[in-house]
Design a binder for this molecule. Structure first.
Ligand code: UGA
Length: 450
C-alpha cells in the first residue's frame, strides 16, 4: 500500500520506518525543510535503537522517501497517517492546530478514496472534528474520506520493537470497511510475515497481537486512559517509597511482591525521581482538562501529577540533607535523558534537578550516553564530561538520575577513589545499597533504608 506519514517527529519516523520495513511504500513528510534535508542525507535526528538501520534498509529497498509537500503526499497515498505534534497549551489542553492545518491540505488536495488515520495523541472527539474538516474543505475535490484513530503505545527506547511486536493494535473507526483497510496495513505484523530487524528474523514465538476495533471516541480515550493509568501507577509507587522511608521498609521489596499479583502486574511500579518525557506529563494534563470539560473532576490525575512534581523537591531535600550547603559544591550528574536508551530530554526529571542545582549555586559536571548535545544547548554552563569517571572526579556527590544499565557496571571503586567525598544519591534505585556501602560509599536511594 502507498502510505504517507505527515510529521517526521519521533512517532512519524518510527511509524514510517516500521511500515516500510514490513513491505509498504512510505513517504514521510514534514514542513521543516532542514529536517527533511538531513533525513535525505541519512541523518536520523533522534537516537532510537534500531531506527537508523530500519530506515536505511527501507531506503535501500526503495520503499521509503521524504518530502516537504503535504499536498503531493496527500494526492499520491492510499492511506495518510497524521503524526504531527500536539504539544500542551498554557492551560494544559493539547494544541491541535497542526492537525487542523494538515487536514485542510489533505481535504483540498485529495481525489478518490483516502484513508486518513490520526496517530497523534489527541483528546476524545478529535476524530469527529477531523472528519468534519475533511468533508467541509474537501467539498470541491469530491474525495471520499475514511477516518480512523490508531493510537500508538510505543515506548521511547524500544519503539521499533513495540511497533513490530505490539501487545495490541487499537483501531477506532466509524464503518467496518475502514477497519478492514487498517487490518490490511497491519497484516504483515498480525501474520508475522516480515523479517524482524530487532531479532534478525528470529523473533521469540508469540501469538498474534489482538486487533481491537472500537469507535473512534473509544480509541482516542484508550490512549489517554492507558498513559494516565501508567502515570498513576508510578505515583502510587512513589508515595509507597516515601512511606517506606518513614517506616523503615524497602519499596523494592514491597513493589516486587505487590506486582506479583496479576491483577496489579509488576511494571510501572518503579519508584524514583518521577516520570518525565513528552507523553505522561502532557497527557495526564490534557486528560484532566478533557474530563473537567465533560463535568468530571478526575482528581486522581491531579494528585498523580502533584505527587510527581514533589519527587524533585523530595530528592533535592535528600541532597541538601547529605551535602548541607549546595552552593559551591561540585556535584556530578549521571544521566540526563528522561529515561535510558533515548536522547530525549523533554520534561526530564534530571533536567529539572540540574536546573535547580544550578540555581542554588552548585557547580555541575554531567554525563549521559546520548543526551549531552541536547542538554548542552539548553544549559551551556554545565561542565559536560567524556564519561562517568570524569563526572566523579573531585565531586562532593554523584547523583544518578537516569538508569542507563552501563552505570550499574561502572568501576565504582575507581569512582570512590576519585571523589572528594564518596557520596552517591541514586534517584533510580539502580545500584545495590549493601554493595555500595560495602565499598565505602555514603549511599542514599529512594524508599530503601539508608
Ligand atoms: C509512554 C508509554 O509507556 C507508551 O506506551 C506511550 O506510547 C508513550 O508514552 C506515548 O504516549 O507516546 P514513554 O514516554 O516513551 O512511553 O516512556 P515510559 O517508559 O512510559 O516512561 C515514562 C516515564 O516514566 C520515564 O520518565 C520513566 O523513567 C518513568 N517511569 C517509568 C518510572 O518512573 N517508573 C516506572 O516504573 C516506569
Amino acid at each position: 500500500m502507498q502510505i504517507s506519514i505527515i510529521g517526521c517527529g519521533y512517532v512519524g519516523l518510527v511509524t514510517g520506518g516500521c511500515l516500510a520495513a514490513v513491505g509498504h511504500h512510505v513517504t514521510c513528510v514534514d514542513n521543516d525543510a532542514e529536517r527533511i534535508r538531513a533525513l535525505q542525507a541519512g541523518h536520523i535526528p533522534i537516537y532510537e535503537p534500531h531506527l537508523d538501520h530500519v530506515i536505511a534498509a527501507a531506503r535501500a529497498a526503495g520503499r521509503m522517501d521524504y518530502s516537504t509537500d503535504v499536498a503531493v503526499a496527500a494526492r499520491s497515498a492510499d492511506a495518510i497517517f497524521i503524526c504531527v505534534g500536539t504539544p500542551p497549551l498554557e492551560n494544559g489542553d493539547a494544541d491541535l492546530s497542526s492537525i487542523d492545518a494538515v487536514a485542510r491540505i489533505i481535504a483540498t488536495e485529495a481525489r478518490g478514496t483516502k484513508l486518513v488515520i490520526e496517530k497523534s495523541t489527541v483528546p476524545v472527539r478529535t476524530g469527529e472534528q477531523l472528519r468534519r474538516a475533511l468533508e467541509i474543505y474537501g467539498r470541491a475535490g469530491g474525495a471520499k474520506f475514511q477516518v480512523a484513530s490508531n493510537p500508538e503505545f510505543l515506548r521511547e527506547g524500544s519503539s521499533v520493537h513495540d511497533f513490530l511486536h505490539p501487545d495490541r493494535i487499537v483501531v477506532g473507526v466509524d464503518e467496518p470497511a475502514t477497519a478492514e483497510r487498517m487490518r490490511e496495513i497491519y497484516r504483515p505484523i498480525l501474520d508475522r510475515t516480515f523479517t524482524c530487524p530487532v531479532h534478525n528474523g528470529a523473533c521469540p514465538s508469540a501469538s498474534p497481537p489482538p486487533f481491537v476495533v472500537t469507535t473512534i471516541n473509544s480509541s482516542e480515550l484508550i490512549k489517554h486512559a492507558s498513559n494516565s493509568f501508567l502515570a498513576l501507577k508510578i505515583s502510587y509507587a512513589n508515595v509507597l517509597a516515601d512511606l517506606c522511608e518513614r517506616l523503615g521498609a524497602d519499596v523494592e521489596e514491597v513493589t516486587r511482591a505487590v506486582g506479583m499479583d496479576p491483577r496489579i502486574g509488576p511494571l510501572f511500579l518503579r519508584a524514583g525521581i518521577g516520570f518525565g518525557g513528552f507523553c505522561f506529563p502532557k497527557d495526564i494534563q490534557a486528560f484532566y482538562r478533557l474530563a473537567e470539560r465533560a463535568g468530571i473532576d478526575f482528581v486522581l490525575l491531579k494528585e498523580a501529577e502533584q505527587i510527581n512534581k514533589q519527587r524533585i523537591d523530595h530528592f533535592l531535600e535528600k541532597a541538601r540533607r547529605a551535602l548541607w550547603v549546595l552552593k559551591g559544591k561540585q556535584v556530578g550528574l549521571l544521566g540526563l535523558a528522561f529515561k535510558p536508551h533515548t536522547d530525549d530530554i523533554r520534561f526530564a526529571p534530571a533536567l529539572e534537578i540540574l536546573r535547580r542545582l544550578l540555581a542554588e549555586g552548585a557547580s555541575l559536571r554531567a554525563y549521559d550516553p546520548q543526551a549531552m548535545n541536547k542538554t548542552q544547548a539548553q544549559f551551556p554552563t554545565v561542565n559536560y564530561c567524556r564519561d562517568a569517571y570524569d563526572v566523579a572526579s573531585g565531586a562532593d556527590a554523584v547523583l544518578l538520575l537516569t538508569e542507563w544499565p552501563e552505570f550499574r557496571d561502572l568501576d565504582w571503586v575507581r569512582i570512590r577513589d576519585s571523589m572528594l567525598r564518596p557520596l552517591v544519591l541514586d534517584g533510580r534505585n539502580l545500584l545495590n545499597p549493601a554493595a555500595m556501602r560495602q565499598l565505602g560509599f555514603e549511599y542514599h536511594s529512594i524508599g530503601r533504608p539508608d
